[in-house]
Design a protein around this ligand. Structure first.
Ligand code: ADP
Ligand code: MG
Length: 266
């Protein structure tokens, strides 16, 4: 197969049904989209629509029930260092300092200590953590931990960086700073980014394209390109207009998701 022009990520007719044999619960249906090499794509949708499920499938941690997931034109069958994953809470090893956390994947790959430590120091400097290399995760703030997690993911030079609501647990000021770091790292690394959020503002601030999902069963409602120059200013008129449009697309879906969650709790 000629994979030269294959997209970095491709979902073809993806469906996911949990517990299909006993009590089928449809999480995702008919999901098809692609992420081009170097592209920044955001998945936006109400809670429970299957965003995390889709990301875990793309990370190779879950299987799709229907359709095909491809990375560089090759079916995804399991995790790969080419697809880095960052979760909402930085999943760092608490017993290692952050330099060793960042160097961990390189150690597994057999990179000699001096070399991997140098690489870890460079990456930590790029996310503004120089001087903190020998601290443990518990000694850092949430924003610093999340930056260390970014440095760790980038150490393996992934082609795609996948992030599941990476800034949701951070305060709003820290969040804005983290978004700026992420855009800078994305530009420097040349990697594709696939980021999940339920924040319209975050989606517009970051994405080349926004994939908007319906409430569960999650389907693609629309794919919205963001043709605004970066850095983007939430006070600009064009930003506002896009915000209104996305809010309108999401409004019914958020109501449906809310009603379902309340019903399930009864
Ligand atoms: N391991 C699982 N087993 C059964 N149902 C699950 C599992 N993981 C998630 N779900 C359900 O699938 C739906 C989608 O979940 P998720 O992908 O976490 O949504 P989102 O990330 O968009 O909030 C939800 O209704 C959730 O309860
Ligand atoms: Mg989720």
């Amino acid at each position: 197969m000629n994979t030269q022009y294959a997209p970095a990520i491709e979902c073809r007719g993806i469906g996911k049904t949990w517990n299909e044999a006993e009590a089928p619960f449809v999480a995702l249906q008919y999901v098809s989209f692609e992420v081009k090499s170097g592209e920044f794509v955001v998945l936006l949708g109400p809670s429970g629509c299957g965003k995390s499920t889709l990301l875990y499938m793309l990370a190779g941690l879950e299987r799709a029930t229907r359709g095909a997931l491809l990375s560089d034109g090759v079916p995804i069958t399991g995790p790969s260092p080419e697809r880095g994953m960052i979760f909402q809470e930085a999943a760092l090893f608490p017993w290692l300092d952050i330099r060793d956390n960042v160097a961990y994947g390189l150690a597994l790959q057999g990179v000699p200590r001096a070399q991997r430590e140098r690489r870890a120091m460079e990456l930590l400097a790029r996310v503004g953590l120089n001087g903190f290399e020998l601290k443990r995760p518990s000694q850092l703030s949430g924003g610093m931990r999340q930056r260390a997690a970014m440095a760790r993911a980038l150490a393996l030079q992934p082609k795609v960086l996948m992030m599941d609501e990476p800034f949701a647990a951070l305060d709003i000021q820290t969040r804005a700073k983290m978004q700026a770091y992420l855009l800078q790292l994305w530009r420097e690394s040349g990697a594709s980014v696939l980021l999940v959020t339920h924040s319209i503002e975050e989606a517009i601030g970051l994405a080349d394209r926004i994939v908007v999902f319906t409430a569960r069963p999650g389907r693609i409602k629309e794919i919205v390109p963001v043709d605004l120059p970066r850095p983007r200013n939430p006070r600009d008129e064009a930003f506002h207009a896009l915000h209104d449009r996305l809010a309108e697309l999401l409004a019914d879906e958020v109501d449906r998701a809310f009603a379902e969650q309340e019903a399930l709790a009864r």
